[in-house]
Design a protein. Structure first.
Length: 340
């Protein structure tokens, strides 16, 4: 975080010295540190001479969004575009976004209509998608203990062998909570969690901490993404870490971007979003974000297409329903954690 702050400050000073037009994109830290941000910046500035793209990424998606909202409510923000809105934050974020103009985003034609039709419609655009599921260490977990359904997660043999993330602070943890609500309904999910927590070794604040513990061998099962085997193969030529779908399900995870309300850079904001949806940038998504592109013309790289898992049944709750009930669900989940 400190390193990024220095880089951003240097970029800002350079912009002032050269008289460049500043364009600010708020996003989450990993998009800048190991995502496609650098290549997007290079392409955007090449297409718009005299414009300096400045990334603001103080933390995770929700943290950055909260910062932007606080700035707006305090009188104004530098943000022109916000990139990295999760499904669960989409309704909250949309209050601070301008409706986008499809005519200014030609590459929108390659985005599936079912994604564009998600409410609140016309306020944000998807730029990548993935699926949250459990991943296991095939060298440690016996084949007979690999969970194939939700009931398997409750087997006594798995006590202390599962790592998950906190839905209050983690987007993956929140996705799993929503998945259980989708699966068991308003009444049944609490009973599932009450039993499931007995097998959980630890509930971490975020995904990185959980995955580091998993890689260190502290538990053979972790809540993660269905692209993990593809990552393992492409980066290390290993199939050690494998995806365990539950009843053929995984929770769909879509990330969004939008034009920030009040920006005086509306045309540049649309041009930026069009670039992110271009074939060139979308084809970077699999091996930088380790997510699936949303563009239907983007091709998947070798290895990713073979080992990234798409569930037969994607679980998903609409953002409008999540916005209405999430606070109640989180409160009920927290009560279970305290009781456990």
């Amino acid at each position: 975080m400190k390193i990024f702050g220095v880089v951003a400050a240097v970029a800002l000073l350079g912009a002032v010295a050269l008289g460049a037009e500043e364009f600010y994109v708020y996003t989450y830290d990993s998009f800048v540190s190991w995502g496609p941000a650098a290549k997007i910046e290079e392409a955007f500035e090449a297409a718009h001479p005299g414009v300096d793209l400045i990334w603001i990424a103080p933390g995770g998606s929700s943290e950055t969004l909260s910062r932007m909202i606080a700035e707006i409510e305090a009188g104004g923000t530098e943000a022109d575009v916000f990139l990295g809105i999760s499904d669960a934050d989409l309704v909250r974020a949309s209050t601070y976004l301008e409706p986008y103009d499809p005519e200014l985003i030609p590459n929108i034609a390659h985005v599936p209509g079912e994604l564009l039709g998600i409410e609140p419609q016309g306020m944000a655009l998807p730029f990548d998608q993935g699926y949250v599921a459990f991943v296991y260490d095939s060298q440690v977990l016996p084949e007979k203990l690999v969970p194939e359904n939700f009931a398997d997660l409750l087997r006594c043999e798995l006590k202390g062998k599962i790592i998950v993330q906190d839905p209050r602070t983690s987007s993956t943890g929140r996705a799993f909570l929503l998945w259980t609500i989708w699966r068991f309904g308003e009444r049944g999910w609490v009973d599932f969690w009450r039993a499931f927590l007995r097998n959980v070794l630890v509930v971490t604040k975020g995904w990185s901490e959980a995955y580091d513990m998993f890689l260190a061998g502290e538990a053979p099962i972790v809540l993660s993404f269905t692209t993990d085997t593809a990552y393992s193969w492409i980066e290390y030529q290993s199939l050690r870490y494998r995806v365990a779908l539950l009843d053929g399900e995984a929770y769909r995870f879509v990330e969004w971007m939008g034009v920030v309300k009040g920006t005086d850079q509306v045309k540049l904001a649309h041009a930026f979003m069009d670039l992110v949806l271009s074939k060139e940038v979308q084809e970077m998504i699999p091996t930088t974000q380790w997510m699936f592109p949303v563009s239907q013309v983007a091709e998947l790289p070798e290895g990713f297409a073979e080992y990234a898992v798409v569930p037969e049944t994607p679980a998903w709750l609409p953002p409008t329903e999540v916005a209405e009930k999430l606070e109640t669900w989180i409160s009920a989940w927290q009560s279970l954690l305290i009781a456990d």
